[in-house]
Design a binder for this molecule. Sequence first.
Ligand code: GDG
Length: 462
Amino acid sequence: MSRIVVVSNRVSDPHKPAAGGLAVAVKESLRKTGGIWFGWSGRITDEPARGSGQERVRVETSGNIRLATMDLSRREYEMYYAGYSNNVLWPVFHYRLDLAQFDKRHAAGYRHVNQLLAQQLRPLLEPDDIVWVHDYHLIPLAAELRAMGCENRIGFFLHIPVPPPLILAAIPEHEWLMRSLFSYDLVGVQSQADLTHLERYMATEAKAEIVRDGVLRAFGRTLQIGAFPIGIDVNEFASLAKGTESMDMLETMREEYSRRQLLVGVDRLDYSKGLPQRLLGFRELLERYPENRSRATLIQIAAPSREDVDAYGELRQQMDSICGALNSDYGELDWMPVRYIRRNVARKRLPGLYRACRVALVTPLRDGMNLVAKEFLAAQDPADPGVLVLSRFAGAAEQLTEALHVNPYDTEGIAHATQSALTMPLEERVKRHEALMTRIRRYDVHWWRNAFLDALEQAVVA
Ligand code: GDG
């Protein structure tokens, strides 16, 4: 079996509990075979970084995984990460042209850091290695590796959505960016909708020939594309749920809120997650269905994220103001409608929190997949499960058809669906949960890893 080399923007210690979806998934993809995990250390050096070649890479060993990381200079970080990745690619791929800040210098910095990463990675690669590159920060990485003569099999998985071709075409460098995908042997996306958009872009804008379903040809290369919806590690989550931190959390919540109906939202504080709209939907619920006043409490965890990007600061203020108004307009001496917590919650406590709640509100305006939706379901008691209210614009909606789907922009729709969730009879809750869990178990993170790597190994290279 070939060695796997995973490349992602951030590398984290695989023996510490992973914070986000990508880190859990990467850990899982390396666990069995071992291999290298290569990327940015997360450290910013104030000194301008000197030297190319090997000297910037630090290699540590963690079990059967080698962690190869490099620091970025402040300037590299600002151009590649804050500037281009998070102020151009993230908003545009989430359909938010209004938030994109196009700047040629940032595009150049993005390319430069991808070149630098490729230069550092190249000497670590052996001929039979399979390279698996993750996410939007690293789209041109394979093109840079190919330019250095690398002939390894290289696959790319995009964790965020692919918007329609004419939205992508608003990126001034879109031709260069999307063309660079042809240096991969396989490009994976989260959903069928993403796949359709990618294929349409390649056919119309890049004038690729569609050889057959999922196989494209352009610029003298053949590229395979496919949808590989990412899943969670259901067993890992079940064992977290049995841990003391999670059990304590469940008990505390049940004691504290014994006479209440709990709703939960867990998100990074990101404009793609539809948080203001969700809170307004909850407000509408209290207005239209007053029986929920003094009874329903929404616990909203918002983990701080990308605080140096302007749009995130504005969202923070907006949330403070919406939550403040909601509590002061509807709150009672012994009841507050929203518990808004702008902090990280330890991963070990999450299953207990999910389980204590009757309803999860997962209402992103756009999301590649959304793992919180799957985690919430996996944490439920199958004999008395909670109900998932899910945005139709999350990739997860394609798979989780028995959830209550909503349009996240429609606050009245959110209120109605939430009311249905809160009043759903036990029998229906059990039936929906069972059907959803069958799919979550079948398409778990192991399925995702194997499906992607099998397809990469079998991809026709030409
Ligand atoms: C990207 C795509 C895609 C959240 N708050 C806390 C916390 N979390 C954990 C959740 C979950 C993960 O972070 C978030 O995953 P999501 O899938 O919801 O969202 P993104 O971070 O935007 O991830 C997304 C994903 O990549 C994987 O491909 O699904 O569409 O945008 O695991 O539990 N964890 C802890 N404290 C928190 O406060 N410990």
